[in-house]
Design a protein around this ligand. Structure first.
Ligand SMILES: C[S@@+](CC[C@H](N)C(=O)[O-])C[C@H]1O[C@@H](n2cnc3c(N)ncnc32)[C@H](O)[C@@H]1O
Length: 378
């Protein structure tokens, strides 16, 4: 290749990588995907922000573990009061609350020792454990379980094996997780936290006018069923989950005052037929399993639906080109950590598997943040 002309200004930045590298190999990198931008145009800030992201993540997770946001909901505090209230070493302040201020997770009035820290509006709504909109359950579980398991991501990438409580025993994930009642309760709260926004959006956005009954398969606390029943007074719902989850769901349904139209039923979705209903929902269920088991569950949903019935999955659905939904892709890596062969998927994947099972029409409804409902109509 001969690089004779010397383009000026903006054009210089657009030289091909090969040409630029030939002229000035120290300033240009001709790697795959490099379009010949000057190295001086580039900064490492995105790389470093992601690479050191665990600093910020663990600071929030510790604040949740220490119930800082719940304490601040009672009253704003100085740094010394925070340390006393949360039984922290004096070295922890003011760095810990100031870091949360800089991360946009706390507000501070004033400077110095007299400054008072308070929750942001989002913190007050979503991170105070006494708020009905509390989503901290997922962060409590991230702190207690996932944060440590993700330290073994490299091992998971090399072996394809789970890195959680089942790592050494090879036991089935849910049996192992649920053998400790506190862990079962923690997992249920985690699911409520991560799913609340999606289920609320689904209950409001989906067209239920042609339907009367819904069965939420793997319904955990009965949250989706309760939200649909509350938003759609003509709907009756069944929350179907493993028998040891049923008492928790029954309790939460009663607390919501919806026992007349929502019931919790125990069973095993692989061993038992699914309860028949006009709408079958599965919130973050298919992503827990490998392809063969995903297809078995899809076939069971098809069997349990009437003609015209709707099968709905609610997941952090990956975009079809697998480029944009970073949360969905990272959730799929989390499924590697938790289950090994389980994985998240795209709307196109879902439509393809459902078409094989006999479903005829498909739609995707965006829900909260990176999640969507994918719908297959029988
Ligand atoms: C990832 S959680 C999802 C919970 C809820 N659908 C949500 O999206 O928040 C998976 C759920 O599937 C349930 N589950 C796992 N294996 C099951 C089985 N064989 N039969 C019935 N439910 C099962 C678990 O108990 C758990 O509640």
């Amino acid at each position: 290749m001969t690089c004779t002309a010397s383009p000026k200004g903006y054009a210089a930045a657009r030289e091909t990588a090969a040409c630029a590298a030939e002229k000035d190999p120290l300033r240009y990198r001709a790697g795959a995907g490099n379009q010949g931008w000057r190295m001086s145009d580039l900064t490492p800030s995105h790389i470093l922000q992601i690479g050191m992201g665990f600093f910020a993540s663990k600071t929030l997770l510790s604040a949740i573990e220490l119930k800082l946001f719940t304490a601040l909901a009672r009253s704003p505090m100085t740094a010394a009061e925070i340390a006393r209230n949360l039984a922290l070493n004096e070295r922890a302040v003011p760095d810990f609350p100031d870091a949360l201020v800089a991360l946009g997770l706390l507000e501070r009035t004033g400077n110095g020792p007299e400054a008072r820290y308070a929750n942001t509006p989002e913190g007050a709504l979503f991170l105070d454990a006494n708020s009905p909109a509390y989503v901290g359950g997922i962060l409590e579980m991230a702190n207690a379980r996932l944060y440590r398991f993700w330290a073994d991501l490299t091992e998971a990438l090399k072996t394809g094996k789970p890195q959680n409580e089942t790592k050494h025993s090879g036991e089935p994930m849910f049996a192992k997780l649920y053998e400790v009642p506190e862990r079962l309760e923690q997992f249920m709260n985690a699911m409520s936290g991560i799913s609340a926004g999606n289920f609320r959006a689904f209950a409001e956005k989906f067209d239920f006018s042609a339907y009367r009954t819904l069965c939420d398969v793997g319904g955990a606390t009965g949250q989706l069923s309760c939200m649909v029943a509350a938003a759609q007074p003509h709907m009756s719902c069944t929350s179907f989950d493993l028998p040891n989850v049923v008492p928790i769901a029954t309790r939460r349904i009663a607390q919501a005052g919806l026992s007349d139209r929502v019931k919790a039923v125990g069973g095993d979705f692989f061993a038992d037929p699914l309860p028949s209903a006009d709408v079958i929902t599965m919130g973050m269920i298919l992503h827990d399993w490998n392809l063969e088991k995903k297809k078995r569950l899809i076939a069971k949903a098809y069997e349990a639906l009437p003609e015209g019935g709707a099968f709905v999955v609610i997941e952090a659905l990956i975009d079809d080109e697998r480029r944009k939904n970073a949360f969905g892709l990272l959730m799929s890596l989390n499924m590697l950590i938790e289950f090994g062969d389980a994985f998240d998927y795209t709307g196109a994947d879902f439509a393809g598997w459902c078409r094989e099972a006999g479903f005829r029409r498909f739609a995707v409804i965006p829900l909260a943040g990176p999640s969507s409902a994918a719908v297959a109509y029988k």
